[in-house]
Design a protein around this ligand. Structure first.
Ligand SMILES: [Zn+2]
Length: 324
């Protein structure tokens, strides 16, 4: 299944959920009026209040009269709600029995949050990633998890295998304890071919399989999202806003993206700064050393990326696995 098909199927699932919510509410309502019939009249009166307000406006009443009517209706509305709650309680039902209940109160089971352009809710993103993960359409990811981490591929010489086992332990603890690991951010640094991407994918797999929402992106695609944002085109799902707001963002291969004036450094700063201010979690894999990060992106970006109070830097050293 393609991503678009997953999204369509998931939106249908959300529509079914909303219908189920309404049915459940209807059931609770019927039970309530069976036990306390007066609730039906109160609800009817409550519904007519808004209609009466509309009539007052259409009747051409003065501003002062309209305000007085609105206030008295509001008071009546509150009184009705209080009486309904009292009735529900008196017949042994919860006071909020007639409220709509949602699987996700944040998006009210629409799958979307925010004003236009609305974004997918966290719950939707998580479900989407799980669906994709389950049907294996996220290429390669399903094979890259901590269980498949094989320390024997690393040479024992110079303590490389031992160091990799330590880094693996660290990454696994980060993923298992997310979002409570003692460091919010991880930077996996070192030259290519030492398994950084693999471990980054392992973290992604573990965190999402624990039900958290995470976004994994290559630096190149991140750059694309920045460029789209810069030209005012952030309609796409994997847009810059998504990167800013993901509870966990994993950026692979930082340093391979193009350096474009007014974009790369500026948007990377915005991204890291926003995420820092909002205490979101970020994992970065890069071939750049900390001094190279500083050189490429400048002090402001480097200080946010490598801030030792919230970030743990793991240095990968040793022989390139791809050259063995
Ligand atoms: Zn939601």
């Amino acid at each position: 299944m393609t991503r678009a098909e997953h999204i369509r199927a998931l939106l249908e699932d959300y529509a079914r959920q909303r219908a189920a919510n309404e049915l459940a509410q209807e059931r609770r309502y019927r039970e309530a009026i069976m036990k306390a019939p007066r609730i039906e009249a109160l609800r009817a009166e409550s519904a007519s209040l808004a209609l009466n307000a509309m009539r007052a406006i259409l009747d051409g009443k003065s501003e002062a009269e309209r305000i007085a009517i609105a206030q008295s209706m509001k008071a009546r509305g509150l009184a009705i709600n209080a009486e309904i709650r009292g009735l529900l309680k008196s017949v042994g039902l919860p006071e909020n029995a007639l409220d709509m209940t949602y699987r996700c109160p944040k998006c009210r089971d629409t799958g979307y949050v925010g004003e236009a352009p609305a974004r997918f809710c966290e719950c939707f993103e998580t479900r989407l990633r799980l669906r994709q993960y389950e049907d294996g359409s996220m290429a390669g990811i399903d094979e890259q998890n901590f269980e498949r981490f094989d320390p024997d591929v690393f040479p024992e010489a110079d303590g490389q295998r031992k160091r990799m086992l330590e880094i693996r332990r660290l990454c696994e603890a980060y993923a298992d304890e997310f979002p409570n690991f003692k460091f919010r951010n991880l930077v996996l640094t070192g030259s290519g071919g030492l398994g950084k991407t693999f471990l980054l994918n392992c973290i992604f797999e573990r965190v999402t399989s624990r039900g958290f929402s995470a976004v994994r992106i290559t630096a190149f695609r991140m750059f694309e999202a920045m460029r789209q944002q810069h030209v005012g085109n952030d309609e796409k799902f994997d847009g810059f806003t998504t990167l800013v707001e993901a509870p966990l963002l994993l950026i692979d291969d930082l340093g391979t993206e193009p350096m474009m004036r007014n974009i790369t450094v500026e948007y990377l700063f915005t991204l890291l700064n926003e995420r820092m201010v909002n205490r979101r979690h970020t994992v970065i894999a890069t071939n750049l050393t900390p001094p190279q990060i500083k050189e490429r992106y400048g002090e402001r970006v480097a200080s946010r990326m490598l801030d030792t109070s919230v970030c743990l830097t793991a240095l990968f050293k040793g022989k390139d696995l791809r050259q063995r």
